[in-house]
Design a binder for this molecule. Structure first.
Ligand code: ASP
Length: 286
């Protein structure tokens, strides 16, 4: 039995050699956080949110507290969560002073009639979320942030024991990006996508990921019969041929079959499957 399962990545990019083991360590811990929730019968959404929150709070990955800063030396964060069961999602973009944008994205999905908020308006929704008691206040990323790591976007796909799928992405974006720049991570279909059959989460150069709507394409390959591992490789081949850029992708279906591929230097990744918690970790180094 391969369920429940979780697959987590810490970003595809030009990792410094000495940072790769750190990325792997924190991705691994995040996968354990999510899998523990699934083992207790928790939902895919709860596991995906908790796993992503862990990465946002750890300060070692390019998201939340550890996110890279923009050209004005400010953290502007993007995140998305998707409920594959009903193709529902919540997204935030260029939000400041919020350490866990993934929880804000979930609040937007579950508690508002909208899907996507950006900038100061997203911060206002965050304040509303705290006031409502939906989630507790966590000190802002901007205040807490220490040394920005050389790492990339994070994301995960969780599948609970009932076969429900949830996917996430969360990022500080590209280092020294122009203020207000928004990448693929909060864009439905590009940074991630999920249906009741399959999900994908992407990382890499967002401007190019959006051009090919990478996550949606890879999910489509699985929906039309491709094995998830083959679909991941086909997606990366298509991406490279059409854009010549760098990215990575994780994929999983509702039976717990998974795939991944990257054409970047490295992409730390952990998968934990089943009640026996079978674990596989790789840095996907070229
Ligand atoms: N995809 C992210 C972005 O373009 C960056 C990354 O994955 O490292 O914002």
């Amino acid at each position: 039995m391969q369920l429940p399962m979780i697959i987590v990545h810490g970003g595809a990019g030009k990792w410094k050699d000495e940072k790769i083991p750190i990325g792997m360590e924190y991705v691994d811990k995040a996968a354990e956080v999510g899998h523990a929730i699934l083992m207790k019968g928790g939902s895919a959404l709860d596991a995906a949110e908790a796993c992503t929150m862990f990465m946002e709070s750890c300060g070692k990955l390019n998201c939340g507290k550890g996110a890279v800063r923009n050209e004005d030396d400010v953290l502007e964060l993007d995140a998305m969560i998707i409920d594959g069961n009903n193709l529902d999602f919540g997204s935030v973009a260029a939000v400041k002073d919020v350490q866990n944008p993934i929880s804000l994205a979930r609040y937007i999905m579950e508690e508002t009639k909208y899907k996507f908020f950006a900038g100061q308006s997203a911060k206002k929704i965050y304040d509303e979320m705290i006031e409502s008691g939906y989630r507790k206040e966590v000190k802002s990323g901007a205040l807490e942030s220490s040394i920005a790591p050389d790492s990339d976007t994070v994301g995960c796909i969780a599948i609970d024991t009932k076969g429900n799928i949830a996917a996430t992405s969360s990022t500080g974006g590209i280092k020294k990006k122009k203020a207000g720049r928004i990448g693929d991570s909060p864009v439905m279909g590009s940074g991630a996508y999920a249906t009741d059959q399959c999900a994908a989460s992407a990382t890499g150069w967002g401007e190019h990921i959006m051009r090919v709507v990478l996550s949606r394409m890879v999910v489509q390959y699985v929906e039309t019969g491709e094995d998830p591992m083959k679909a991941a490789h086909r997606g990366m081949k298509m991406f490279e041929e059409k854009t010549g850029s760098e990215a990575g992708i994780i994929v999983a279906d509702n039976k717990g079959n998974f795939g991944y591929a990257s054409n970047a230097k490295a992409m730390p990744l952990t998968v934990i499957q089943g009640m026996s918690a079978k674990k596989m970790s790789t840095s996907c180094q070229k």
